[in-house]
Design a protein around this ligand. Structure first.
Ligand code: PLP
Length: 424
């Protein structure tokens, strides 16, 4: 058993002073779900945001063949791969990035952390709601976190005004803003006008912006715009294969540093990479070379996903609205952020006062797994939750899709949730 004690200089036994880092809440919910499944409970897996789509066959084959490449690569990653990534994103939405400014790593998560680590002390502006790991990462990096609140009425979007308001509590000279769109947990994006306005506000505080666009290729209408196009001074766009290519477990991410950033930034980021992960797995880099080879070639594969995600996301949203859940029609990715405030009193009268209690009760009554809004930066008593509409098997190519027959776990899970709500 792990000794949870250390010895002080005087030889006294004292409690260890480990950092307080809980397991990321998404992974925790996933393990809870697995436990219920092993107990043969009928579970609707709307908790964990994992793509249900397989990577294209030719990319799988490329990975198999590449397994003999056991050598390390440079920290920054294979040159041809980085060229492909730069061209691919230019073809996708006109994002301009130099090959030299692309850095690849085992997942974008470690890249985001390492970008945060490039500063010794910074104010890190994080919208609420936002992806579960930004806050813990900023805390681990020793930064000062500034939450930017949003609301259902504001479509969970930050605004220039909310940035100015939040900036009143700045402590340091350096500021980092984390943007993520289409968003996890909200499935919403920003319009060109909104991005342009936000870039002006970010510029006012000389913010370094981490624009997490990992769901960018999953914008349901294929109208994703990169923040770096509006704020080329100081944006790092992060992305990877986990979402649009269904390859989260392959661990592949990329950071694209915009031209305006001084070369010392990249040098520092690569330096931190050399002291943490060394390089992205080389066989995966070789497969990624193919994945990023040509945007037009991969487009039909992405379009198929967009059609399915849009259909399922809109179905879930429409059904949930009927039972008094506040939710916006999704614009990208595979999440809906549910706000149960309209039935707060009814929930309270059943003893449900926190988002965790809400998700816990829902899970035990219906088998529907949602992730509580505390994971996304809300106070305990805000009654919100994230729904990931990914509990389905990828349909065969060319099938005419029917919600109930092709995505039965989605429709049954949504029905169970709606029934629970209407009986509340
Ligand atoms: C918003 C967001 N950013 C980043 C990541 C990290 O992705 P990866 O490290 O697999 O590239 C995820 C994964 O769930 C995510 O949802």
């Amino acid at each position: 058993m792990l000794q949870n004690y250390i010895w002080s200089k005087t030889g006294d036994k004292c409690k260890n002073m480990y950092r307080k880092v809980d397991q990321s809440q998404t992974l925790f919910i996933n393990s809870q779900t697995e436990r219920m499944v092993s107990q043969k409970r009928d579970v609707f897996r709307f908790g964990f945001g994992q793509s249900p789509f397989m990577p294209p066959q030719y990319i799988q084959e490329a990975l198999k063949k590449a397994v003999i490449h056991k050598e390390y690569s440079s920290v920054q990653g294979d040159l041809e791969l980085r060229e492909n990534i730069a061209n691919f994103h230019f073809m996708h939405n006109g994002l301009k990035v130099k090959t030299d400014n692309v850095v690849v790593a085992p997942g974008s998560k470690i890249l985001i952390f390492n970008i945060l680590m490039t500063f010794e002390n910074a104010d890190v502006f994080i919208p609420a709601p936002a992806w579960v790991s930004y806050g813990p990462q900023a805390k681990l990096a020793g930064h000062h976190i500034i939450k930017i609140p949003t609301s259902f009425e504001q479509r969970w979007r930050i605004t220039p005004q909310s940035i100015h308001d939040a900036a009143r509590t700045k402590r340091y000279d350096s500021s980092i803003l984390i943007l993520n769109y289409p968003g996890n947990p909200d499935g919403l994006t920003y319009s060109e006008e909104e991005l342009s306005e936000l870039s002006i506000a970010a510029g006012k505080y000389n913010m370094l912006v981490i624009s997490d666009e990992i769901y960018g290729l999953l914008d349901h209408d294929n109208t994703h715009h990169s923040f770096a196009s509006y704020y080329p001074q100081r944006t790092i766009t992060t992305t990877g294969l986990s979402k649009w290519c269904g390859a989260g477990g392959w661990r592949f991410g990329a950071a694209m540093i915009s031209d305006g950033l001084e070369p010392s930034f990249r040098k520092t980021l690569v330096g931190i990479g050399s002291e943490t992960y060394s390089c992205a797995p080389v066989p995966v880099q070789i497969a990624a070379r193919d994945a990023y080879q040509d945007y037009e070639m991969i487009k039909p594969y992405i379009d198929k996903q967009l059609g399915i995600l849009k259909m399922i996301g809109n179905y879930c949203c429409e059904e949930l609205k009927k039972v008094n859940i506040n939710v916006h029609p999704p614009q990208g990715g595979f999440y809906l952020f549910l706000d149960f405030s309209l039935i707060r009193e009814r929930l309270n009268s059943r003893g449900i006062r926190t988002s965790f209690e809400l998700c816990d009760q829902l899970l035990s009554d219906t088998g529907v797994v949602l992730l509580p809004s505390t994971a996304f930066g809300f106070e305990d008593d805000f009654l919100g939750a994230r729904l990931a509409y990914v509990d389905f098997d990828e349909p065969e190519e060319g099938e005419v899709l029917n919600l109930r027959s092709h995505f039965p776990r989605i429709t049954r899970g949504i029905e169970a949730l709606c029934k629970w709500m209407s009986e509340m």
